[in-house]
Design a protein. Structure first.
Length: 431
């Protein structure tokens, strides 16, 4: 009974459950407007996705909330902590806490133990150095005294469990899609793993697994109204979830693998707003200019645009499932409250001479492939519904979309003008 009542508490606390009803509204407001989810059937809290799956009271919906763009924001984590004195099922030592070994008897201890979840909305993912890896773990500097080669502590944002039709790899490091096969099969495998991991040993029935995967795959989410530009599907624009639901995608779309090759004009949603008139003219023109910058503004010696990596049309994922190291886990960017790992390459890779030493907060795809070349590489997330799910990047290091743009501007020395930066942010907000 306790578990059921917690589920109701969560949903009631978030204001998403109508008295006596079990259908979630499809639109949720956020800091800069409103996001909308399209689902063939009404979003039904009776689906196994929202049901506690194991003894620890966790559901998929505990970390993938419709109100948070199907991710989880720090504001929600704080609200749940305050409403439950830190006893809500989200706060579990195994992966909700900074480490499983921290004291959590008093409220103050629980708050300290879950500081990363409360401030950056990250969940602890524990992964080992693979046995056949081209690198060894030479050193661990863990403020929580827990991590080792057997289990590195990695703190990662819940990826949105929506817009899954645009995925070509599953999880930040691709670990659920390493083998060949369909994304549907990888998602089924992912659901099994998530249940075992986050719900600590619970086992899904085939029926539950099918219901969960069918449910999450049916969801399409985007920002639908912007506080400044208003209706994102108005006046010739193609924002909003309906157009995305009709968007084509297949692995390799808009890449060199296709006869037509790669076209850098990946987003074609707001072109008509270049000449917008009327009440929202200024804001709409900014969104249109931002789309243009995202598609065509070249940097890094003219070799890159944002769309070089974010190449899936109107979705922004990478259609080939390519992974990149943006340097987010570098020692120079390490906040003092996460562990730093020292890796030494013992076998040379294409880009990694033997003996190379790397310090990082998260080796990313290298923990899946075992290859030195993959250290720090992460997948390219889908860019729709961004406004609902701050903070950004795998480690939640960019608190706002403005911070995302600042990161890229610095990292790639793009030298955007203040006007260009504002336009790019206006565009990202509208996705
Ligand atoms: C404790 C929080 C938590 C719970 C509970 C949880 N997830 Fe997740 N989910 C995450 C995190 C964190 C990631 C990213 C982890 C990574 O990439 O290493 C993730 C990733 C995913 C992804 C990958 C999306 C992508 O773009 O690759 C899917 C799909 C997903 N979860 C679905 C589910 C389902 C289905 C359930 C229930 C069976 C579930 N999650 C339960 C936190 C959670
Ligand atoms: C070299 C490839 C590459 C280029 C170029 C690139 N991105 Fe990314 N982008 C990525 C990868 C990889 C991630 C995930 C990185 C991580 O979290 O470790 C990402 C993440 C993001 C995110 C965060 C998404 C989320 O859910 O957290 C945004 C927003 C974004 N990129 C926007 C841009 C913009 C704007 C540009 C152009 C200025 C750009 N990207 C250029 C590869 C790239």
């Amino acid at each position: 009974m306790r578990r059921v009542s917690w589920a109701v508490v969560v949903l009631a606390a978030l204001g998403v459950i109508a008295a006596g009803g079990h259908q979630l509204p499809s639109a949720f407001s956020n800091a800069t407007g409103e996001a909308r989810t399209l689902a063939p059937a009404a979003i039904d809290t009776g689906n196994a996705f929202f049901q506690p799956l194991g003894a620890n009271g966790r559901a998929c919906g505990t970390c993938h909330l419709p109100s948070d763009g199907w991710s989880l924001t720090p504001a929600t984590a704080q609200r749940l902590f305050d409403a439950s004195d830190g006893r809500h099922p989200l706060f579990r030592p195994r992966d909700g806490a900074n480490a499983p070994n921290l004291p959590d008897t008093t409220t103050a201890e629980r708050r300290a133990a879950h500081s990363l979840l409360l401030t950056r909305g990250v969940i602890r993912v524990g992964l080992p150095i693979p046995p056949d890896a081209d690198f060894t773990l030479e050193g661990v500097d863990d403020p929580y005294g827990f991590a080792s080669a057997k289990e590195l502590s990695l703190y990662r944002r819940p990826l949105p469990s929506t817009n899954l039709a645009f995925l070509s790899s599953v999880m930040w490091d691709g670990r659920e899609s390493r083998t060949g096969g369909s994304i549907a099969a990888h998602l089924a495998q992912q659901a099994t793993g998530a249940t075992d991991g986050h719900a600590q040993g619970a086992v899904l029935s085939d029926e539950q697994r099918q219901a969960i995967v069918a449910f999450e795959r049916s969801l399409v989410t985007t920002q639908s109204r912007d506080a400044l530009a208003d209706d994102l599907g108005a006046a010739g624009a193609h924002g909003g979830p309906q157009a995305l639901a009709e968007q084509a995608f297949f692995p390799g779309i808009n890449s060199s693998r296709e006869p037509g090759g790669f076209n850098r004009r990946v987003f074609s949603l707001f072109g008509d707003w270049a000449q917008a008139a009327g009440a929202f003219a200024a804001a709409r023109q900014a969104v249109a200019r931002g789309e243009q910058i995202f598609n065509t503004h070249a940097f890094a010696g003219g070799n890159f645009t944002c769309t070089t990596c974010h190449n899936a049309p109107n979705a922004g994922s990478n259609s080939l499932g390519k992974m990149f190291d943006l340097g987010l886990g570098a020692e120079s960017r390490r906040p003092p409250d996460v562990p730093l790992y020292t890796l030494r390459c013992v076998r040379a890779g294409q880009a990694s001479p033997s003996g190379r030493v790397v310090r990082t907060t998260d080796p990313g795809a290298a923990l899946v492939t075992g290859r030195c070349d993959d250290i720090g590489r992460f997948k390219v997330p889908t860019l729709r519904g961004l406004a609902a799910r701050a903070p950004y990047f795998h480690n939640g290091s960019a608190a706002t979309l403005d911070d995302v743009v600042t990161f890229y501007d610095t990292r790639f020395a793009i030298r955007l003008t203040p006007g260009e930066r504002a336009d790019l942010v206006a565009f990202l907000r509208a996705l």
